[in-house]
Design a protein around this ligand. Structure first.
Ligand code: 0O2
Length: 208
């Protein structure tokens, strides 16, 4: 049988995960409201789709170990920003900044950190806007500030990131460098296409 101590730790872990899932629901609703409101505007929906996940226990433990932290409930809340993760896929680059601005303008959303991998792409070509925010979630006896990581990217950036993620786990090929170069080249082509599509939209909407 499990010891009382183990049961208590499992219970605390589950309780923490409920908080992260609640925070995801709060932020997702905010994003859906913004999208609904703007769907009738001339530029169409700024959000194509929203995905979310709570980090799996195995990935949480792996990340804490990598950070030289103990695998405890306190260490999760203190050290990890991405237990609650939301990915927002937008049609055009402009929409990414529009969505981020509208969310950050809300007075219960507190920005903890922002990384702009669109203005400053990673060396491998990865592009996305990353926000770590804290939002209040109201429970039966208290209000708690919960962290959520939001990755905002275009359909095209998401296409590249998804495929790169798959390929990354199979990089035992002798051609590692050649593949990395080719991936980077694909990322740059995709970024140029994103810009062209945005320019096309601007030409079309300014003509109406
Ligand atoms: P998964 O499976 O997506 O969860 P952090 O410890 O997260 O605060 P870090 O590592 O500086 O600090 O975070 P960063 O760079 O803001 O975001 C990391 C996440 O961004 C990754 O999560 C990926 O989801 C995504 N990401 C970052 N770089 C790349 C990349 O080169 N390719 C792809 N496909 N995704 C990337 P995880 O935890 O690595 O994985």
């Amino acid at each position: 049988p499990l010891s009382d101590e183990t049961l208590e730790r499992l219970f605390q872990f589950e309780e923490l995960m409920v908080k992260y899932r609640s925070a995801i629901r709060e932020v997702t609703t905010k994003l859906e409201i913004l999208n609904d409101e703007l769907s009738s505007s001339m530029n169409g929906n700024p959000i194509e789709s929203i995905q979310s996940r709570v980090k799996r226990p195995y990935s949480i433990a792996k990340k804490l170990t990598r950070l030289n932290q103990p695998v405890t409930v306190d260490a999760i809340a203190e050290n990890l920003n991405d237990v609650a993760g939301i990915r927002v896929i937008c049609p055009f680059i402009n929409d990414i900044y529009k969505v981020a601005d509208m969310l950050l303008m809300q007075d219960d959303v507190h920005l903890v950190r922002q990384k702009d991998y669109i203005k400053h792409p990673k060396e491998n070509g990865y592009r996305s806007l990353h926000l770590v925010i804290e939002i209040p979630v109201f429970f039966s006896t208290k209000k708690e500030m919960i962290r959520v990581e939001i990755q905002i990217r275009t359909v095209a950036m998401d296409f590249w990131a998804s495929l790169e993620h798959q390929i990354r786990y199979k990089n035992d090929s002798p051609e590692v460098q050649a593949i990395a170069d080719e991936l980077k080249d694909c990322a740059d082509t995709i970024a140029q296409t994103d810009l062209r599509m945005q320019e096309l939209r601007q030409r079309i909407t300014s003509g109406t």
